[in-house]
Ligand binder design. Structure first.
Ligand code: SAM
Length: 241
């Protein structure tokens, strides 16, 4: 209740229809985390080449990667373990990777240096805004969203990335025949993903229901630990009509 003489704080703005995530609802919290000396060095030495600034204008892929190649967007790469593995496996593709967690960005820069990767560019910014403002319609060959934060509590479910407005926007950025690959180890979120992706008219399931893990997605340390404990993992691969 508001104390006498004080006004209530303004209500957060409602989400206009079709807005992927209203500005007040983020799919992440900025976690504190220590950047190691190795990561700091990677920022200093490799940042200028591999980090792209967020800009509210369409990105020129050719200028950013120095070549024309099919481009895959990755949302929330964490410490970049799967990202580096996949980029090494597919040198013919460009990987545009978004993450907000600074030590994660440092970790991926470090892997880029260690593995001599040249086909990754990182935007350290909210992927929802990158998608809305930096990526043109029909510009992507694929999208990877691996183990997005499950936001277990019901009142936090609205922070989940895989919801109809964001999926519609992701699909619009894909080229015809491009794909959206999501994976999660949280069954209720897997069920939500399947329902939302099935309902998106621009997308079609490449299989029936959940997909077998595509060969390129590695089993990360975290996932292996879960599997040993008997937890499930669900992959979903849809393609753009
Ligand atoms: C649970 S972790 C999974 C990381 C990684 N994909 C993996 O499989 O290990 C989810 C990551 O997504 C990032 N993230 C969440 N929402 C994001 C957004 N809107 N833009 C960029 N990164 C985001 C978080 O910072 C976090 O590092």
């Amino acid at each position: 209740m508001t104390e006498p003489g004080k006004t209530s704080p303004p209500a957060p703005p409602a989400a206009p229809d079709g807005v992927a995530h209203p500005r007040t609802i983020r799919s992440f919290v900025r976690r504190a985390g220590r950047t190691t000396t190795g990561q700091a060095k990677a920022f200093e030495q490799l940042g200028p080449r591999f980090l792209l600034p967020y800009q509210p204008q369409p990105l020129d892929f050719k200028a950013a990667f120095g070549r024309d190649a099919p481009t895959i967007l990755e949302i929330g790469f964490g410490m970049g373990e799967a990202t580096a593995h996949i980029a090494a496996l597919m040198p013919e593709k460009n990987f545009l990777c978004c993450e907000v967690h600074e030590p994660g960005v440092g970790a991926l820069l470090k892997r880029i240096g260690e593995q001599g990767l040249t086909n990754i560019r990182i935007v350290q910014h909210d992927a929802v805004e990158v998608l809305e403002n930096m990526l043109a319609e029909g510009s992507l060959a694929g999208v990877h969203v691996f183990f997005p934060d499950p936001w277990h509590k019901l009142r936090h479910n609205k922070r989940r990335l895989i919801q109809p407005p964001l999926v519609a926007r992701l699909a619009s950025r894909l080229q015809p025949g491009g794909y959206l690959h999501c994976a999660t180890d949280w069954q209720p979120y897997a069920e939500q993903m399947l329902e939302v992706l099935n309902a998106e008219p621009q997308l079609v399931n490449t299989g029936e229901g959940y997909a077998p893990r595509p060969h390129y997605r590695p089993l990360t340390k975290f996932e292996n630990r879960g599997l040993k404990l008997g937890h499930g993992v669900w992959d979903l691969v849809f393609s753009k009509r």
